[in-house]
Design a protein around this ligand. Structure first.
Ligand SMILES: Cc1cc2nc3c(=O)[nH]c(=O)nc-3n(C[C@H](O)[C@H](O)[C@H](O)COP(=O)(O)OP(=O)(O)OC[C@H]3O[C@@H](n4cnc5c(N)ncnc54)[C@H](O)[C@@H]3O)c2cc1C
Length: 391
């Protein structure tokens, strides 16, 4: 395998770097780089800037805005975006429902939803998980019963990320309770302003409001909002979850945060006339993380080089597993660099402590999620043992 980029690909990377660092709002990029929370409007603005330049959904089929790039170019696009602190296009839209509608939707659904999905005119939520149906997704209990030209939906979804901003939700519902559990599931697109649909916030340990419960009480959904075959939802779910795993190892973003940790260590006094970076243990920890990230980056390139026809390589599970472990390890390093200041996350803006020290603990706590969502890391280990190691 050749690890050096060709001249064309180097040129491509330079173009991406130039665009991301000059055309996307500096304030938005600073918000990402400094680890602060993006607002709804910032996320929408960033995606629309990308979409206007044809850079929001390059992996979609070309007739719907895709660019026909090689897997390697998509990878470089993604890495450079993260490196520049540009918010990646909303995963629910760009990586999940968009490709699903392009692959399984009716012509009407494609015309109606795809342009709005690429431009974030519709903000999609993902309504898959339920209490007792997370890893064991096929056990879901939310029902849809046909009534004339509509489906009537009842049940509850949980962990719906950013559901407070959602315009529409793509849901898995049980449409046949009599058959094997995987065989009785369908996918419905539901307008979140429908009567009977209620979004309830879940409060998290970092104090943020990122996830929600979504309740359905006799919600009427037009029959035309079924995606793909009736009772064919499991096939669609597997297609979608495969895509979800591929983008979930944030190598570029983790590299950027580690580089920042190094700078902060260099600028932070050790109280004895030197800086934290003079401490051999701190140096060793940084070097070890840098090496592991380099190894992950090379693995990501190898996975990309061996993916074909948009099918995720089974090794994408390795990326998800290792990528989230490193993301968490770097967030832990940041907490340790902040030392006692890391407990001051509740201090207001008038505090003498630097911003970064006040945000590291909420970020560390928030990132506990990374090893759970997108298929928990235990489940990834099972996939690795079965499909790669053949155990
Ligand atoms: C922050 C966050 C955001 C999320 N956002 C969304 C969203 O927007 N939409 C959505 O639909 N879902 C979302 N999810 C749900 C997510 O997909 C599930 O949490 C995940 O699939 C795990 O399911 P669970 O929470 O039911 O845990 P469980 O499946 O109950 O697992 C609990 C523990 O048991 C382990 N475990 C389970 N089964 C096995 C097994 N067979 N072998 C070994 N270990 C096992 C798991 O790895 C885990 O450690 C989100 C979750 C989080 C934490």
């Amino acid at each position: 395998m050749q690890l050096e980029l060709s001249e064309d690909d180097q040129e491509f990377r330079a173009q991406m770097r130039e665009f991301f660092t000059t055309e996307v709002s500096e304030e938005i990029r600073r918000t990402v780089i400094e680890g602060r929370e993006l607002t709804h409007d910032q996320i929408v603005e960033a995606q629309r800037t990308l979409n206007a330049a044809g850079l929001a959904v390059p992996h979609w089929p070309e007739e719907y805005g895709g660019r026909g790039w090689s897997e390697l170019r998509r990878h470089l696009w993604h890495e450079e975006m993260q490196r520049a602190g540009v918010p990646t296009p909303l995963a629910f839209n760009a990586s999940m429902i968009g490709p699903v509608i392009a692959q399984f939707g009716t012509e009407e659904q494609k015309q109606e939803y795809l342009p709005k999905t690429a431009n974030l005119d519709i903000w999609w939520s993902q309504g898959f998980s339920e209490p007792d149906a997370g890893s064991d997704l096929a056990s879901l209990r939310t029902t849809a019963v046909r009534d004339g030209d509509h489906w009537v939906v009842n049940g509850q979804k949980t962990w719906t990320t950013l559901g407070q901003y959602g315009d529409w939700i793509f849901t898995l519902v049980r449409t046949d309770p009599e058959v094997k559990k995987q065989a009785g599931i369908s996918m419905l697109l539901i307008d979140m302003t429908s009567p009977g649909l209620e979004v309830r916030p879940i409060e998290l340990i970092d104090g943020g409001h990122e996830v929600n419960e979504v309740w359905f009480t006799d919600v009427r959904v037009p029959a035309a909002n079924l995606v793909g075959e009736l009772n064919g939802g499991w096939t669609i779910a597997k297609f979608l979850l495969g895509n979800e795993r591929v983008g979930v190892a944030p190598v570029g973003a983790t590299k950027r945060i580690l580089a920042r940790a190094k700078d902060l260590a260099k600028d932070t006094s050790d109280g004895e006339g030197g800086t934290l970076l003079d401490d051999p243990l701190v140096r060793a920890r940084i070097v070890e993380l840098e090496n592991e990230l380099l190894a992950l980056e090379l693995t990501a390139l190898r996975v990309v080089a061996h993916s074909s026809d948009g099918e995720p390589h089974p090794a994408s599970s390795v990326l998800k597993l290792k990528g989230t472990e490193l993301q968490q390890a770097v967030s832990e390093l940041m907490v340790d660099l902040a030392g006692p200041a890391s407990v001051a996350s509740g201090a207001g803006d008038d505090s003498d402590l630097p911003d970064w020290a006040r945000t590291v603990t909420p970020t560390y706590l928030n990132l506990r999620k990374a090893s759970i969502y997108g298929g928990s890391n235990e489940i990834q280990r099972q996939i690795i043992s079965r499909t790669i190691l053949g155990l």
